[in-house]
Design a protein around this ligand. Structure first.
Ligand SMILES: Cc1cc2nc3c(=O)[nH]c(=O)nc-3n(C[C@H](O)[C@H](O)[C@H](O)COP(=O)(O)O)c2cc1C
Length: 362
């Protein structure tokens, strides 16, 4: 996409015009207080990095105490956190960005130290392969209903805190993905087995939040979903299954889809038949034009932005190291557009002057 398009306003949803197509990718910077209260460091970080993007997605706010993914994560698990979250939404808004709170439950990707004593839970009692994680307890149907309720209540708190939307963290092997994946979900009830069953949990979470918004808000509220398109293990989650999830999410009414990729032009590793196309292009083809897609993964240069397939472009580490990156890019854009506006007469005068000058430069 051309740079001047990147820096043009983008209508994400009625009432939500983004000033440009750049997004701060969700980052868990692990700087909250011990109980997940927003800290001054959190406020300072988002004040700096939200300054020039259209959308700032605050990473990995946990919806219940046993769902924290790392030490120092932000909590949205109880009402006491609303005050700090309100400050966070307001520093993001201050310079003109929209604010999204990413909601997460770690599932089996945590341990009792991170959760301050709560046992890890998951669709099935299978330990995650990598990392210092506990063997999780298998969730009962009552516990599943409680977590769906926790997601809904967390969304309510995000609304009260003044966020413009929430993003469900269905990527990076956390709980929503664990239900989708045949490698981590070995249940034999209505939440496990066939894809139709494995898809139930993420769909129920999203449906519950959509209903909450429809019931309570007369203005719009953004609901996004982040997804890792495929797992690399041979028995892992396949892109084809995820495409079904994505199409269903579109049907039930989410407002954007965010792809968590290592690189924006990454090709399918697990599926040889699709391996010649970038995953982002496959997803865009399958999903169609009318659901915005956020692309991420090493978008660091103008060249990357021009090549990436997507509607919005997220950067994590680049913006973290250089919050003014959008300004630098835009000034490059400005220089290009002013030179391209030189009239033909001015151009020929310039070349005439050049011809008559010693060494070609006058
Ligand atoms: C320190 C760090 C924390 C991250 N935390 C989150 C997170 O909370 N939620 C999420 O969806 N992705 C998270 N990510 C992934 C980023 O959002 C992004 O997808 C990844 O860094 C690739 O984009 P980049 O090359 O622009 O950094 C994190 C990445 C880093 C480096």
């Amino acid at each position: 996409m051309k740079l001047n398009q990147i820096f043009s306003p983008y209508q994400l949803k009625t009432k939500f015009e983004l000033r440009n197509r750049l997004v701060l990718s969700p980052l868990n910077i692990q700087s909250s207080l011990f109980d997940g209260t927003v800290s001054l460091n959190d406020l300072d970080f988002h004040r700096r990095v939200a300054k020039h993007v259209g959308l700032d997605v605050v990473g990995s706010a946990y919806v219940s105490n046993n769902g924290s993914t790392a030490f120092g994560s932000i909590s949205v698990a109880d009402d006491n956190k609303i005050e700090g979250l309100t400050k966070l939404a307001s520093v993001i808004h201050r310079d003109g960005s929209k604010a999204i709170l990413q909601l997460v439950h770690a599932g089996r990707m945590t341990n009792h130290l991170i959760t301050q004593g709560s046992p890890a839970v998951a669709p099935s009692p299978i330990k995650a392969m990598h990392g210092q994680f506990d063997i999780p307890i298998e969730l009962t149907e009552t516990m599943i209903e409680q977590i769906i309720h926790d997601f809904e209540t967390a969304a309510k708190r995000a609304i009260l805190a003044g966020f413009d939307g929430v993003e469900l963290h269905g990527a990076n092997t956390f709980l929503l993905q664990q239900f989708m994946s045949p490698a981590s979900n070995k249940r034999s009830d209505k939440f496990g087995g066939s894809l139709i069953n494995r898809i139930q949990f993420p769909l129920l979470v999203v449906q519950r939040i959509i209903k909450l918004v429809q019931r309570n808000l007369d203005h719009s509220f953004i609901i996004g979903y982040r997804i890792s398109p495929e797992e690399f293990e041979s028995n892992g989650l396949k892109l084809a299954s995820n495409l079904i999830l994505m199409r269903t999410l579109k049907k039930i009414g989410i407002d954007y889809l965010s792809l968590s990729l290592h690189r924006y032009d990454q090709q399918s590793i697990a599926n040889n038949e699709l391996a010649t196309f970038p995953i982002a292009s496959i997803v865009k083809q399958a999903i169609g034009k009318d659901l915005p897609i956020i692309i991420s993964g090493e978008i660091n240069k103008r060249f990357d932005l021009e090549r990436a397939t997507g509607d919005l472009f997220a950067s994590g580490r680049k913006l973290m190291s250089d919050p003014n990156w959008p300004v630098k890019l835009n000034s490059e854009n400005f220089q290009m557009s002013t030179t391209s506006k030189i009239s033909y007469t001015e151009l020929s005068n310039l070349s005439h002057r050049n011809k008559n000058s010693v060494g070609g430069f006058g």
